[in-house]
Design a protein around this ligand. Structure first.
Ligand code: SF4
Length: 705
């Protein structure tokens, strides 16, 4: 008898923003296996350890939410209910609260893991129909500083570079990122390129000696928070040595003189001493950048997650404008997104301060366009509450109900104890997730089971603007539903028109139509094209168009004048201060084989083999001063909370700095303390991105009471 062939489905990895293409094979027993898609231009068949083991996480159903659950009143246990009852209750509560206290009394908190279609529907529902901009996302925590900086310099939130530029560059500056661990396939492409072209330079800027630094030609191990001093000093050297592109600056940029002023406020030697690095290293970095034919900067959370995150981004992007190294082969600023669809969310205006297709909330014409498209009277003008502010407003009672979708805020938001207090105080909490490990569930009045990554279809956009179609591979377990279907049911229960879409292809077509005649126009794309022709980079303005790899090749930017805008920025860090009682700087981050709050990667034994327990890296001198030895249990603390963890002594971190991974919380029966008990609620004033990379702490050896 002939054996039935296993079926292959095309999809993307559900972890980082690199956006690797995968083939998911399902055998006759329903078992899944993942391999890299050789035809996908991002990874050409390669996968990192997380992607390679994705099927284990997807197949493990042990923690899945299988049916809707509801508390009939506060203090009562969660009880199983039908979808109909769940939706009726949600609609009744949201109608009652918005009727009594106004639309801004409710909020929605989404995730960069949501598919674009889900993001689109949620934003249409909340901004267009409920009538509030209180819809934000955990992408706020990872890249909103880059969004603001791109907008201020290039006119819109636009990544101008394509990954294919990596193979054309001859100088890389990687700042506040550890792509060797966190964006591994991109870093492998960079490594391959350097193996073939040993003259290609790699500069890494990081207070820690990471795996990425081990490959660097130059590591600038700066003091946390001094980044702008460094980029200004590099700019000053470039300007003083005439190693800039005057023609590009005069013809295609504006505001250069204003930008120059803060750049010249400090000498290179003063900046070097502020940053804690050698002046000669700054000069060397400047000469490599200035003399490169192709210069790419890549950055992630080290720049973005800062109280001056936008300034850090602006100062770095300015190096491209100064040297004219943007919009041409092998050159440009490439911000790395931590989540698989942070970019798709940005396209649909998936934050409290954005509108679809890069329209501006503060532009009445843009609001009218969107309202007319959605057939609603208006889109509210007032910006909504960004992530941390939304939960603060929940605690103060200004916001009364929150709908949490596809994210685990009690582990990932800063100042987690305050977030917990907010959820305790909320009148109504909805948690929509695939996993029973979501730590907001004990505070939820309604728990909605969602379908997982392989259990629904849709699209995602990676860090280079590439949109990929994801096939549905398998049916969701129990009564779980795709997030889009849950949103559609809720919208209908609320009595809203405009949510009669029959499938995701229709939702995508609606989103694409709303981008028509904008700079991100994807009106030429459809599910059919994505399925038949493969992934494409926006813009794709007509059905014969095959996508746009690099932007601004004509040096016309998306500003009104068409010129890129230099922005003058002050270098001073505005984080909380260290003090004699809290003398150390805590910086948080990720490890190689875990992702976010570990609700997926934490289930995979192979991934735990790398690092299985939380830890705090501390410099040997700081440890000696506290009588701390390798492996000791220590308490890291400040006024916001305490974390008990294990000390790892390493000279790879600067003296005075402590590093802790952000992944662990109470997971699968384990009860580790959350790193985010310690991080501060301070945010960048423009991007509202939290200051995860700079919290004042003390570390003590743990003494049993
Ligand atoms: Fe997945 Fe990112 Fe690894 Fe690619 S690099 S396989 S997208 S985690």
């Amino acid at each position: 008898m002939m054996k039935a062939k296993p079926v292959n489905y095309k999809s993307t990895c559900s972890y980082c923003g690199v956006g690797c293409g995968i083939l998911v094979e399902q055998d006759r027993q329903g078992r899944l296996r993942v391999e890299g898609d050789k035809d996908h231009p991002v990874n050409r068949g390669m996968l990192c350890s997380k992607g390679m083991n994705l099927h284990y996480a997807m197949q493990d159903q042990s923690d899945r939410l299988l049916f809707p659950q509801m508390r009939w009143s506060k203090g009562h246990p969660l009880a199983r209910v039908s979808w109909d009852t769940a939706m009726k209750r949600a609609a009744a509560v949201f109608k009652s609260l918005t009727g009594k206290y106004g639309p801004d009394s409710v909020g929605f908190y989404l995730s960069g893991q949501c598919l674009t279609e889900e993001y689109y529907l949620a934003n249409k529902l909340v901004k267009g129909f409920i009538g509030t901009n209180n819809i934000d996302t955990n992408s706020r925590l990872c890249m909103s500083s880059a969004v603001a900086a791109y907008t201020q310099t290039l006119g819109e939130d636009t990544v101008p570079v394509a990954y294919e530029d990596l193979e054309k560059a001859d100088c890389f500056l990687v700042a506040g990122a550890n792509p060797a661990w966190c964006h591994p396939i991109l870093f492998r492409r960079l490594e391959n390129h350097r193996q073939q072209h040993p003259e290609v330079r790699l500069i890494v800027v990081d207070p820690r000696k990471t795996q990425t630094c081990s490959q660097a030609d130059l590591h600038l191990q700066l003091i946390p928070g001094t980044d702008v001093y460094l980029y200004h000093a590099i700019a000053r050297v470039l300007i003083e040595e005439g190693n800039i592109d005057i023609d590009f600056i005069t013809q295609h940029c504006e505001n250069f003189e204003q930008y120059r002023r803060p750049v010249f406020e400090y000498t290179v030697s003063e900046a070097a001493s502020t940053c804690g690095i050698e002046e000669s290293d700054i000069r060397l970095a400047a000469s490599w950048i200035g003399n490169a034919a192709g210069f790419i900067s890549m950055w992630a959370m080290g720049l973005n997650q800062s109280v001056i995150g936008v300034n850090k981004n602006l100062a770095l992007i300015s190096l491209h404008l100064l040297t004219g190294k943007i919009g041409r082969a092998g050159s440009g600023p490439l911000s790395l997104t931590g989540q698989p669809n942070a970019m798709g969310g940005r396209e649909v205006g998936g934050m409290a301060t954005l509108l679809p297709a890069h329209r501006r909330l503060d532009n009445p014409l843009h609001r009218q366009e969107v309202a007319a498209f959605w057939k609603v009277p208006a889109v509210p003008e007032r910006p909504g509450l960004a992530a941390t502010k939304l939960f603060e407003a929940l605690e103060s009672g200004e916001v009364k109900a929150v709908w949490i979708m596809c994210t685990n805020p009690l582990v990932s938001l800063p100042n987690a104890n305050q977030v917990e207090a907010a959820l305790k105080k909320a009148r109504f909490v909805v948690v929509q997730d695939i996993s029973g490990q979501n730590q907001a569930i004990p505070y939820a009045d309604l728990v909605l089971p969602a379908a997982g990554h392989f259990e629904k279809e849709g699209t995602m956009t990676n860090s280079e603007r590439r949109i990929t179609y994801l096939s549905k591979v398998t049916a969701p377990p129990g009564e779980a539903l795709p997030d889009a279907e849950i949103l559609l049911r809720f919208a209908r229960a609320m009595g809203f028109k405009g949510f009669g879409q029959k499938n995701m292809a229709e939702v995508f077509a609606e989103h694409a139509a709303l981008t028509r005649h904008t700079n991100i126009d994807i009106s030429g794309l459809s599910y059919k094209r994505l399925q038949e022709e493969g992934s494409m980079q926006w813009p794709v303005p007509h059905p014969q168009h095959t996508g746009t790899s690099r932007l601004f090749e004509n040096a016309r930017f998306f500003t009104e004048s068409g010129k890129a805008r230099f922005q003058p920025v002050q270098p001073l860090n505005l984080s909380e201060q260290t003090s004699p009682s809290l003398p150390l700087i805590l910086t948080t981050g990720r490890i190689r084989d875990q992702w976010h709050t570990m609700t997926k990667t934490g289930k995979v034994n192979k991934l735990k083999q790398h690092i299985s327990k939380p830890f705090a890296e501390i410099h040997p001198d700081d440890a000696a001063a506290r009588d701390i030895r390798e492996g000791d249990v220590v308490v890291v603390e400040n006024t916001r909370g305490q974390v008990r963890t294990r000390a790892v002594l390493t000279a790879a971190i600067r003296k005075g700095v402590v590093f802790m991974p952000m992944h662990w919380g109470k997971l699968l029966g384990q009860n580790f303390s959350r790193t985010n008990n310690l991080t501060s609620s301070l945010t960048d004033p423009v991007s509202k991105e939290p200051d995860y990379k700079f919290s004042a702490v003390q570390v003590k050896k743990y003494v049993k009471p």
